[in-house]
Every structure is written in structure tokens, then in C-alpha cells.
Design a protein around this ligand. Structure first.
Ligand code: ADP
Ligand code: MG
Length: 791
């Protein structure tokens, strides 16, 4: 902490600051965007430098750095619990302060004492002469309350802070009454750092905010909305949260700013919806009964009857495909609810009508599996015929990034000529050289790996806007759907097809040998009964970190380490590599290659065919091992989370997941959904090393308790930050949401959505609402905006 009295005294660099501001004011002639002004210009280089370390560069950044919470000036810190050597910020009352000259050493010293009412703490300042200490003395008057920051040390057995940085509450007030009021105000406590304490941020905020007039604070909320919801201006709201006089005031301001975040986001989504709806699509009507139809033949050949949900949603989609406006639909469904069949039926309707469908999958494994499944499901329908001809068969082309040149060329030709009615692929489908004869429908499978940009890139490949069907990997809470996929209409498949025996889940302590033995015995029993087993590990090589293995293949570590600096209510992130319950003393994560080798010497598994699958393998090898696993040539598949999404081998009945506590709940739910897909019951064994009673253990146990994907998704999201929720879907810039909690703020999101729909409905391009338009533009990722323009 700095001991310079100039910095310690509030308002000490005010001269310098007003000077700067006056200068800036003189130079400015026209209206300026005060929010874009760099803090270096407004506050001077020193304060601005410290704020830059928190990522705050402009006035707007600083004013959007809201207090994390508010201190109650009546509540003093318990000084009994101070630990030597710790950097602390405490609130205490001054008992006395005396300056004296030090005869022995020369120089002067100020000794002050503060109290929490029970314990006492010394504050010590040194200077060359007594004069330099008088400012402190005059501020640290007995009875005043202040915030003090420093490192706790000891002098002759007593705790003390040497040269603490401090703020005395109410000291700058004009008179005693004002001082009293000042002293009772809630104290905004900002997300701070050691280089800049909270009250220094508070001071900077005031210096920036106080001179702003109402006109200089643009307000994205239209007056009518503001009035209907009982909110004041944005200017007032900023005052409320940064400089409140009482609790109700900051709560009111925070409510308004939270609502505003939801409103701007929903307005952007409403605009997107409106724009998509204004686009023209090619209608893809159903064939009349009796006419040759791939869809009708497919339905007739299905080995099962559709669930009621599959039928209803199928009809809804079918109706939308018949219109000349592009369908924009999200199909979310429980794992194993049969989304693929729904999508395939939609694709066949488009093929029947002479168009093409693209199916975009997140991994190569999944793309080739889809191609294989579709070809199998279609049988002879996938082998013959030319698109648009009298014949109603089609071709399924597969296109992935790592395919051989010849195969790729063939697939590209099939897509461009229209010969392939269905083109399945990974991101490779998005590349420039992929062309379609008549792309009518884009299906995005397991959306969580694809962003808005990718969707738009595919849509740009069609002459008229293609219909769009997006499928999520796991069910997601309603508000998340409204926020992340807010530009799409939603259908939900909640029903699991009849005849599934269900899944049982158990937690297995990794260090319990008897349980581990039993685990392998169960695997053996399943395989002996003609079934198959997955063994999932968090990484590939034993000597590699868990992160980033085959990222290009959509495969990665189960949990990535990340840091948050702008959080409000600290959301514990139990997935953090250094998080609670996962201390450095935990054994290293199990790896695919290591486990596969060990399984060879497990007595219970003797003689079984063990295969290995991970993202770093050559595509052909991946293909082969998946095919072998499907056929039974491989009985136990040791793999990374590359099997997480969508892999469908109905004979697989048991899954062992190592280090289960390191995976997100939705991810575990997805993984678990790989077993028990046939008529035999599934078994999922979650091997974990966590201490019982820790949050990580609770999460794993929640997994064992429920198979309700909605519930797991909600629990999962509650444990994550908004950045994760939104970042995962790459929708909007996470940093634009500071106060809104997607999982919690259901009512706010619903209100904002309704209000935004009304505003955008009456003025799609927001010509009457330039401030809202500007907020949308500045709060959305520029890259995304670019795509919006191009689409
Ligand atoms: P998900 O929704 O998880 O993507 P899939 O589409 O992969 O699920 O379907 C899971 C399994 O259920 C597949 O093997 C599929 O053939 C089968 N299936 C789909 N619909 C039905 C149904 N109505 N009755 C029986 N089995 C079905
Ligand atoms: Mg699927």
C-alpha cells in the first residue's frame, strides 16, 4: 500500500483531475460519447493505470463496474480475528490519533488506535517531520469510522497496520449534518484488487459519474417501457447503484440495470427473429398421399412406432417447412428421446420436395455415425436416384475435414450437383468451397458446440433462406433457451421411447478395491450377456494435461480452468481445477492409454476385446473402432468424452466414468445417455476420488439420484457463471451480462422478452430507438454483428 499521504487522503489528486477534465471540456465542441472516453483522459494516468488492471479502460467500463455488495457503516469488522501477515480491509472506529516527534531516530510518527467496540488495533505512520502527519491526524478524529487496508503486523505483541491506506467516512462533508448522513450511507464495495482498493474505485466512479448530466447518459430503455415497469432513467440508476443513500435505492437501481441487460439482449434476439421472418424461404410441401415419397417409405419401414412427442413435433415442423418463411426452430430433448428420427423425417420432406438438407454435427465420430445411421435407416432409399427426378430415392454424402482428397471431391460434387439430398458433415461443411444445388434445410445437431456464426455461414449457402432446425444435446432450462436460443421457437421432446429399461447409476470410490473389483465384474457380466461397455477417461495420455486434447474434433477436457474478475455474487465453480474438493493432493486424472493398458491385467476382463478411441486418432482409425464396437468385435471401448455426444450403440449397457467429479452434470448426463439405449437396462458407474460431503461429491451424488435432464441442467447451471452459460453457446458477449442471472432471473427475462417483442414489433429496425440500437451494437460481439449483416 502506498504511504504517500497525498494518495491516502480522499480527494488528494482532485486538483490534477479537475485540471484534466477542464482541459477535456475545453477541447470538446460537439456532443461526445462520454462513455467512450478513456479513463486516462478523465482520471489521469495513475488512477487509470490501476483501473486498467481490472480491465476498465473507458468511462463506460468504469460505470459498468458495479459494486459487488454494500457495506453497512454500522457494522464494524471483528478485529479479534486478524491474522498476522494477511492483507486485510477492515471497518473500525477511531479511538485516538497522536503525532509526536521521535527524538531517538529523528523524524515523526503518528500513532492511532481504532476499535470494533471490543478489540483494538494500532495504525502507525512515519514521516520526516510532524507537519506531514497533520493531514492524517485531522482526518482520523476520534469517533469517526473508516475503512483501513494494509498488512497485519505485530509490534510488541500488539496487532498493527503500518501506513494503512484508508478512507474516513463522511470526512468531506460540508457540515456536521451532512457528515452524519454521509456516515450512514451504504458503502459500495467493488470487485477490487490489491493494487486498487474498493474505495479508490468508488472515488474514481464518483469523479466520473458526478459531472455527467442526464443527457450524457444514453438510455436504451424506451420511455414507455421505463414507465410501465416503474423505472427511472439510466443516469438515475447509475447514481443509485454507485452512490446510494440507502439500501432500497441501490436495490432499485440494480433492478433497473438488470432488467436493462435482459431487455437489450431480448431486443437483439427479437430483431433477429423479425429479420429471419422477413426473409423468403422455399416452401417444401409434403407429397400428396399416394405419390412416391421417401418420407412415406421411410415411415413405413420404421421398426418402431413414433412417440406422441415425435409425431406432434414432426407435424409442427412439417407445417413450417410448407411455408415460404424460414423455420427457426430449436428441438430440445431428453437424452435418448429420439431427436434424430424427427430430424431425418424433416430432411426427407425437403428431399421429396426437390431440395437438399445439411446435417451439421459437432465431431467427426458423430458425423460419420449419423451418415451410417441415416444410410441404414433409409436402406435402398439412400442408394438410388437423382435429386428432383421422378424417382424418390436419394444419397447421403459425408463430408469431414480430414477425409481423403478423392472422397472429399466426390462428396463436394454430390452436394453441388444435388445428387446428395442429405449432406452430413462437421465444420467442414461451413468452408467456402462447399456448395449446394438447392439447400432447403439446415439441421444442427447437438447445438452446444456450434455458435450463431456457424449457423449463419451455412444459411448463407442457400439461394433462399433455408429452414433451420437446431437440436440441443441435453434439455436446457427455459430461461436459458430464451436467452441463448432466444431467436428460435422451441419444441421439447420429453418422452423416452417405450421399452427402455432405464439406467441405474452408482458412485464408486476410486480407492475402494472391493468396489473397483465389483465394477469390472459387472462389466464382465454385461459383456458375457452379449452387451458392450464404455470406459471414459478425462484425458488421453497419462503425462499430458487434461486440457485441449482434440479440440478440433469437438473433444476437450471435461472442465477448463478459468478465472473471473467481474463476478458479482461469487459463484463457486466446482469444476475449477483448483476448486474445492479437488486439491493438489488428488491423484492425477486417469488417461485413456493408461487405463486401456491396465484393463489387460484385470482378471475379470481377461480375454475381452478392448478398443481405444480419442480425438487424436486418425479419422479412419476412429471410424474403424466405432464400427467394431457397434458390431461387437470390440467389447470394451476406452475413450475420452468423444463419445459424449450422440453416439448410438444400442448394445452398450454399461459405462464406467473415471474422475466423474471433474465433469459437468450435463456432460455426465450426455455420457450416461450412451448406455441403456436398447431394451436392456443400463448401468453407469461413476468412479470418483472426492471426499464425501464436499460440493463435488454432492454433484456426483445428484447424478446418481436423478435421470431428469432438466433438473441436472439447472443444478449444473446454478454452479456455473453466466460467462460459461452464454459462452458455451457463443451467444452474445458474456461481459455484457453483469447483473442478470440466466438461471435465476426468470421473471425479469420473461418481462423483458415481452417488452422487447412489442418494441421491435412496432419498429423492427429501431429507427425510433437509436439508443437501444446503439446498445445492441455495442453490447454484442462485433464478429457476430458482422455475420448478422452478411446473413
Ligand atoms: P437423441 O435424442 O439422444 O439424439 P436418438 O435420436 O439417438 O436420441 O435416439 C436414440 C435411440 O432411440 C436410437 O437408437 C433410435 O433409433 C431410437 N428411437 C428413436 N425413436 C424411437 C421410438 N419412437 N421408439 C423406439 N426407439 C426409438
Ligand atoms: Mg442425438
Amino acid at each position: 500500500m502506498s504511504s504517500d499521504p497525498r494518495t491516502a487522503a480522499p480527494g488528494a489528486d482532485a486538483d490534477h483531475l479537475t485540471g484534466t477534465r477542464r482541459l477535456a471540456g475545453d477541447l470538446v465542441t460537439g456532443p461526445v460519447d462520454r462513455f467512450a472516453e478513456p479513463l486516462t483522459k478523465v482520471l489521469g494516468p495513475r488512477s487509470a493505470g490501476a483501473l486498467a488492471k481490472l480491465g476498465l479502460e473507458t468511462t463506460g467500463d468504469l460505470l459498468g463496474h458495479y459494486p459487488r455488495r454494500y457495506g453497512d457503516p454500522g457494522k464494524l469488522t471483528d478485529l479479534g480475528g486478524l491474522v498476522l501477515g494477511e492483507h486485510v480491509t477492515i471497518m473500525a472506529r477511531v479511538v485516538q490519533a497522536t503525532v509526536r516527534a521521535m527524538r531517538s531516530r529523528g523524524g515523526a510518527m503518528l500513532q492511532a488506535e481504532v476499535t470494533d467496540g471490543v478489540h483494538r488495533l494500532s495504525l502507525t505512520f512515519f514521516a520526516k517531520g510532524t507537519g506531514a502527519l497533520r493531514t492524517h491526524e485531522s482526518r482520523l478524529q476520534p469517533g469517526r469510522t473508516g475503512l483501513f487496508t494494509g498488512v497485519v503486523s505485530a509490534y510488541r505483541g500488539a496487532r498493527q497496520l503500518t501506513h494503512p491506506d484508508y478512507l474516513v467516512i463522511g470526512v468531506d462533508a460540508d457540515d456536521e449534518e451532512a457528515a452524519l448522513i454521509e456516515a450512514r450511507r451504504p458503502i459500495p464495495l467493488y470487485p477490487a484488487s490489491a493494487s486498487i482498493p474498493s474505495w479508490r474505485i468508488q472515488k474514481a466512479v464518483r469523479q466520473v459519474l458526478d459531472p455527467l448530466t442526464e443527457d450524457e447518459v444514453p438510455d436504451p430503455l424506451p420511455p414507455a417501457v421505463r414507465e410501465a415497469r416503474g423505472f427511472g432513467s439510466r443516469h438515475a440508476a447509475l447514481k443509485d447503484v454507485h452512490e446510494p443513500f440507502d439500501t432500497r435505492q441501490w436495490q432499485h437501481g440494480r433492478d433497473r440495470l438488470r432488467y436493462e441487460e435482459a431487455f437489450v439482449l431480448q431486443a437483439a434476439l427479437a430483431q433477429r427473429r423479425a429479420r429471419a421472418e422477413a426473409e423468403e424461404a422455399t416452401a417444401r410441401p409434403l407429397r400428396a398421399p399416394g405419390e412416391p415419397s421417401a418420407l412415406a417409405d421411410f415411415d413405413a419401414s420404421l421398426p418402431f412406432t413414433l412417440t406422441a412427442g415425435q409425431r406432434e413435433i414432426g407435424e409442427e415442423i412439417s407445417g413450417e417447412l410448407e411455408r415460404s418463411r424460414p423455420m427457426q426452430r430449436l428441438l430440445q430433448g431428453e437424452v435418448g428421446s429420439g431427436k434424430t428420427v424427427v430430424a431425418l423425417r424433416a430432411m426427407l420432406q425437403v428431399v421429396d420436395a426437390g431440395g437438399q438438407a445439411a446435417l451439421l454435427a459437432p465431431t467427426e465420430v458423430l458425423a460419420s455415425q449419423h451418415a451410417r445411421t441415416l444410410r441404414t435407416l433409409l436402406g435402398p432409399l439412400a442408394e438410388e436416384g437423382m435429386l428432383g427426378g421422378a424417382d424418390h430415392g436419394t444419397r447421403v454424402a459425408l463430408l469431414t475435414g480430414s477425409m481423403g482428397a478423392a472422397a472429399k471431391k466426390g462428396a463436394l460434387l454430390d452436394a453441388a450437383s444435388g445428387r446428395a439430398g442429405i449432406v452430413v458433415g462437421t465444420h467442414a461443411l461451413l468452408s467456402e468451397n462447399v456448395q449446394f444445388a438447392d439447400l432447403g434445410l439446415v439441421v444442427v445437431d447437438e447445438q452446444h458446440r456450434f455458435g450463431v456464426e456457424q449457423r449463419d455461414a451455412l444459411r448463407a449457402k442457400a439461394r433462399t433462406s433455408p429452414h433451420l432446425l437446431v437440436m440441443t444435446a441435453t434439455p436446457i432450462p427455459r430461461t436459458v433457451a430464451m436467452t441463448v436460443f432466444g431467436d428460435l421457437e422451441t419444441s421439447s421432446l420429453t418422452e423416452i421411447p417405450a421399452g427402455r429399461a432405464g439406467i441405474t447409476t452408482h458412485v464408486v470410490p476410486a480407492d475402494n478395491e472391493a468396489w473397483m473389483d465389483r465394477t469390472w465384474q459387472r462389466v464382465r457380466e454385461e459383456v458375457d450377456a452379449g452387451h458392450r461397455a464404455y470406459v471414459v477417461c478425462a484425458r488421453i495420455h497419462p503425462d499430458e494435461p487434461a486440457a485441449g486434447s482434440g479440440a478440433a474434433d469437438g473433444e476437450g477436457a471435461p472442465a477448463k480452468k478459468k478465472t473471473r474478475t467481474d463476478d458479482f455474487d461469487e459463484v463457486p465453480d466446482f469444476l475449477d481445477l483448483d476448486g474445492p474438493g479437488t486439491g493438489s493432493d488428488r491423484p492425477p486424472l486417469r488417461a485413456v492409454l493408461e487405463v486401456a493398458e491396465e484393463l489387460a491385467s484385470v482378471p475379470a476382463l481377461r480375454g475381452l476385446a478392448v478398443g481405444v478411441l480419442h480425438g487424436q486418432m486418425a479419422p479412419a482409425d476412429k471410424e474403424k473402432v466405432m464400427a467394431d464396437f457397434a458390431s461387437g468385435a470390440v467389447q470394451v471401448l476406452v475413450s475420452t468424452t468423444v463419445v459424449e455426444v450422440g453416439v448410438d450403440v444400442p448394445e452398450a449397457t454399461v459405462m464406467v466414468v473415471f474422475d466423474a467429479d471433474r465433469f459437468g452434470l450435463s456432460q455426465l448426463h450426455q455420457l450416461r445417455g450412451r448406455v441403456g439405449r436398447g431394451s436392456a437396462p443400463g448401468l453407469c458407474l461413476l468412479v470418483s476420488t472426492v471426499e464425501p460431503g464436499t460440493p463435488a461429491a454432492v454433484r456426483v451424488e445428484t447424478m446418481a439420484e436423478t435421470t431428469d435432464g432438466f433438473r441436472l441442467a439447472t443444478v449444473d447451471l446454478e454452479l456455473r457463471s453466466e460467462g460459461d452459460v452464454l459462452g458455451a453457446a457463443q451467444s452474445g458477449r458474456a461481459s455484457s451480462l453483469r447483473l442478470l442471472r440466466v438461471v435465476k432471473d426468470v421473471a425479469v427475462i420473461e418481462q423483458a422478452r415481452a417488452d422487447a417483442a412489442e418494441v421491435v414489433g412496432g419498429d423492427p429496425e429501431l429507427e425510433q430507438h437509436p439508443e437501444l440500437r446503439a446498445a445492441i451494437a455495442s453490447r454484442l460481439d462485433p464478429e457476430r454483428e458482422e455475420f448478422l449483416e452478411r446473413a
